[in-house]
Design a protein around this ligand. Sequence first.
Ligand code: G6P
Length: 320
Amino acid sequence: YSTSKHRPRPDRLHLIGCGSSYYAAMWAKVWFETIAKIPTKVTYGSEAINITLKDPKETRIYITQSGETKDIIRASHNEKSDSIFIVTNQPFSHLGSSFFNTIDIGANIERGVAATKTFTLTCYALWELAWHWSSESKENELKVLDYQDALAEGIKHVLDREQTVATIAKMIARYDNALFLGRHWDYPIALEGALKLKEVSYIHAEGMPAAEMKHGPIALVDEKTPSIFTVTGSFDIDTIISNMREVKSRNGKVFAVVSPVNYDRVKEVADWTFRTCDIHGVAMEPLAANVVLQLLAYHVAVEKGLNPDRPRNLAKSVTV
Ligand code: G6P
């Protein structure tokens, strides 16, 4: 994908995906709206078949790392416009090789069934597109390269500390339920973290916006249900801290993946923390934090004697 390629700026965007690709779409919506200022909606592929009226003013982006997911093929079935995008890791797949604009995320082969590096690079490709459509990109095209380096550095920092995640995983493996919480750009990361834990470790997990917990799910919090927070960026830290206190006051354990700017505040409340490194560019922080949650799911599965590469009941691309 090259930012120099001519891609006219759409008036409105509609992102469509399934599973992890849907969460990548939710994450990207934040950036399409904040940096590119393009109103964006997100729909599940399986629900998009109900869209009979396709808005001619919106540009639709179908997101599917395999390029073969039946729900996405069905949803894009009647598309005629050449302004449609496919974001995929398989440019020669059914959808990747269609006449639509294909953006290859270039993640190379992902052997495990659960999306990991393809999730990260789908998010990154969509962020790049948001950047391309932002006014800032005209002023500073090279900045994209800074973000790439920052993301690579952030992920390396996490991988170098895998042992810390493995230690936390030993604790999480003892539970039957977990809540994943985050705000704003960390909210889709919480959803993806919960999905990953369910997929590979069979622990029931729910992701939600941190402050929504008090509107119902808080009834689930007790000593048997830990809450795993993702806290990057520097907005609204007081509300997050108060959400953590709500969990603690109901005997729930608090685990937090936290960026340096929030570390001191969060450490005072959380039972366990994983500190990510200082990353240039706030958009890359949640993607590095997400790798902590991916490793967590992996180590919980291993701890429980399960094969994280071959989760039960799941296939790489859902073709039925
Ligand atoms: C399956 C997998 C998920 C994946 C989803 C979408 O259900 O289990 O991990 O996120 O399909 O796959 P796609 O290839 O369309 O991104």
